[in-house]
Design a protein around this ligand. Structure first.
Ligand code: NAD
Length: 297
């Protein structure tokens, strides 16, 4: 299949690479020429704009930072809708708000295109390994249409319901993630101060009722999990500013339905404090630095 891929960052680049590995032909576009070159070296074709990336393809995938980028890439003068043929699905895997998804779907419909929300979970490791979970919002028919492309980049492809419900699932998952990471950071820091070896404490949590992804895969305490960003100075991984964005999506969405998110609002303030202190680009597990200093700062 011929696919247009726009947004080659920490997530998009390995996802596009997996499409190439699966034998698809891929047109790529990103504002960062270096990111484009890396994909071209792996066999992709460089495009001059989202419009050219979307021309003569059977599917378009976007993986961009936030809603404003998705809108611009979709409907700008040189945007996807200016180049895409009728009937070709547009899959957006960025994490954005459900209202923007619906607005984009309304923009795409008169062009004869389905706009499908398919945000992901699994992080940069999952993107590289092709084991992402995709949360898909759209009709059953469109879901069947996009499943094959998504299968080249992920392991679990879940149909969540109508347009926008993929983002609802994603936002709720990241609400849990932001809260659990802060909880594990708090507990690991307390344990250290009270004198237990962090590796022992990590091991206990991971075989006890405190076990969660934030503890057993992404533990924020350096050295507890060798492959976690905490062990490499909080580089790579899932940026604090992206977590802050996701918690903002959750609190905004909650406001729209008058639903309380007590812990989410508190977690949002923690990541916002980190961002204010200049740690916005560090992995979000660096939230533990609000409790302790490991000498890597
Ligand atoms: P990133 O910042 O690493 O990459 C975004 C890419 O988009 C960059 O290469 C940037 O140059 C490009 N870009 C920005 N504006 C553009 C435009 N107008 N046209 C073309 N390219 C443009 O971000 P990421 O970590 O890859 O995350 C992408 C999305 O996936 C975000 O919505 C994020 O919330 C979500 N997400 C990230 C992770 C993670 O672990 N990093 C996990 C799940 C979901």
């Amino acid at each position: 299949m011929k696919i247009g891929f726009i947004g080659l960052g920490n997530m998009g680049a390995p996802m596009a690479l997996n499409l190439l590995k699966a034998g698809h032909a891929v047109n790529v576009f990103d504002l960062n020429p270096q990111a484009v070159q890396t994909l071209v070296d792996a066999g992709a074709t460089a495009s001059a704009s989202p419009k050219t990336a979307a021309t003569d393809v059977e599917c378009v995938v976007t993986m961009l930072p936030a809603a404003a980028h998705v809108r611009a890439v979709l409907s700008g003068d040189d945007g996807v809708l200016a180049g895409i043929a009728r009937g070709v699905p547009i899959i957006d895997s960025s994490t954005i708000d459900p209202a923007t998804v619906k607005a984009c779907a309304e923009l795409a419909a008169p062009h004869g295109n389905a706009f499908v929300d398919a945000p992901v979970s699994g992080g940069t490791g999952g993107a590289a390994a092709g084991t992402l979970t995709f949360m898909v919002g759209g009709s059953a028919e469109v879901y069947e249409q996009v499943k094959t492309v998504l299968s080249a980049m992920g392991k679990n492809i879940v149909h969540c319901g109508d347009t926008g419900t993929g983002q609802v699932a994603k936002i709720c998952n990241n609400l849990v993630l932001g809260i659990t990471m802060a909880g594990v950071a708090e507990a690991m820091s307390l344990g250290e101060k009270l004198g237990i070896d962090p590796k022992v404490l990590g091991g206990i949590i991971n075989t006890s009722t405190g076990r969660c992804w934030s503890a057993d895969t992404y533990n924020p305490f350096p050295g507890v999990i060798e492959t976690a960003p905490s062990t490499r100075g909080y580089s790579g991984g899932f940026g604090t500013d992206l977590m802050l964005k996701d918690l903002g999506l959750a609190t905004d969405a909650a406001k729209s339905v008058r639903q309380p998110v007590y812990l989410g609002a508190l977690a949002q303030q923690l990541y916002q404090t980190m961002s204010t202190q200049g740690a916005g680009r560090l992995d979000f597990s660096a939230v533990i630095r609000l409790y302790r200093h490991d000498g890597d700062a």
